[in-house]
Design a protein around this ligand. Sequence first.
Ligand code: AHR
Length: 487
Amino acid sequence: MRKIIVNTLDKRSRINRNIYGNFSEHLGRCIYNGLYVGEGSSIPNINGMRTDVVEALKHIKLPVLRWPGGCFADEYHWKDGIGPKAGRKRMVNTHWGGVIEDNSFGTHEFLEFCRQVGCEPYINGNLGSGTVQEMSEWVEYMTFGGESPMARLREENGQREPWRIKYFGVGNESWGCGGNMQAEYYAHEYRRYQTYCRDYGENKLYRIACGPYTDDYDWTEKIMPMVKDFADAITMHYYAVPKGKWENKGPATGFTREEYYATLQAAAYMEELVTKHGHIMDKYDPEHKVGLIVDEWGTWYDVEPGTNPGFLYQQNTMRDAMAAALTLNIFNSHCDRVVMANIAQMVNVLQAVILTEGDKMVLTPTYHVFDLYKCHQDARLLGSFAETEDVGGVADLSISASMDSEGTVHVTAANLDADRRLEIELEALGMRVNSAAGRILAGDMGAFNDFDHPKDLEPAVLEDIATAGGRVRFMLPGCSVAEITVR
Ligand code: AHR
């Protein structure tokens, strides 16, 4: 019998709902066919946005969506994506597959998508190949409410009222695809560019500076003192690649047990990254005014055989669900610093929550983890402890606990052991436990949903749960994740 102890008297920071954000890029079939099919499509849509995808994202309460990249962001010139579609520039997407980008999905379309889903837009500006003026005018175009050249242009394009834009990123991976800059150089550029991203009227931008890749602690050390007074947050990117072997990442399906645990080890590394970058941030920002945004994370494997290597299309199995469950528990437990996270990517790319093919849609096991974890959005993190054992180089039980505004306690628990079931006893200190219920996602480590079997893996009611003597007992089969509600 394993113990989980949740201390309801130990209320910590609020778990920012934006930890459950997603990322969408002009990459492969993420935007086109993924979320946007165009007004004339036979696939059900509203203003060109896939109705099935919009509804699925509403169900998991998607809080925030990042766009247009990624590496694409630093090649994106926003004026190419406004105005009558027939006149929009056709360009080559040099980063991703060398395909034609017709710019039919631009600023208006992205903000319409966010409106339909009910999520906050997070726009990533182009510092790598764009000018200060271009970035400044994009902010003016979107948010200026009075008489100005960009406000007039917006109105000519059919949007009289300004949009409300909060989250604005200034460059992406500026140490790499976003310009191969050195840290100090980027920090100077960041300070200059963000100066001209104005707050117009009531609209207050939340300015986001490009932070490190993975364990580049030097980048964090160098930029923090230079950007901390000009940025609300810095970013961090990390992808879980089995054994860190980029040249041979292995397949998304049909993997071995060894690859399963190697992937979870890679995902578990997020704990160290967030902790160490957090410690550096603490030195320069002890009051935690500057947030850490992990705006690209997820598993990364070899592309599906026969697909365009530049499209980064991969299937999604229970292994990915376990990696997501573990990572989201880590983010929850660091919610005093991690204010947003954006899984890469939302549809048809890398660790996608949704896959589409023509008019068909599949919700992946990772999607269902976001569904199970939505209970944590904006709840207070609670102190918690889980008794664990090592399996394949990772702790076999990963948990987090929170209390929502009504006093209900939510515990998410993942049994990372591919095979062995765990009998668990949960004790909630400081509360009288009247009832407990749960939902569970379980399956073989290699199981997945596909277009012929879209519902093989779905959360089910957790039958194996009971309360006795103020404690909750439940069973987690190998390779499963559950959400337990305690009242
Ligand atoms: O998500 C795919 C790519 O990975 C992004 O465009 C880039 O920012 C990162 O290197």
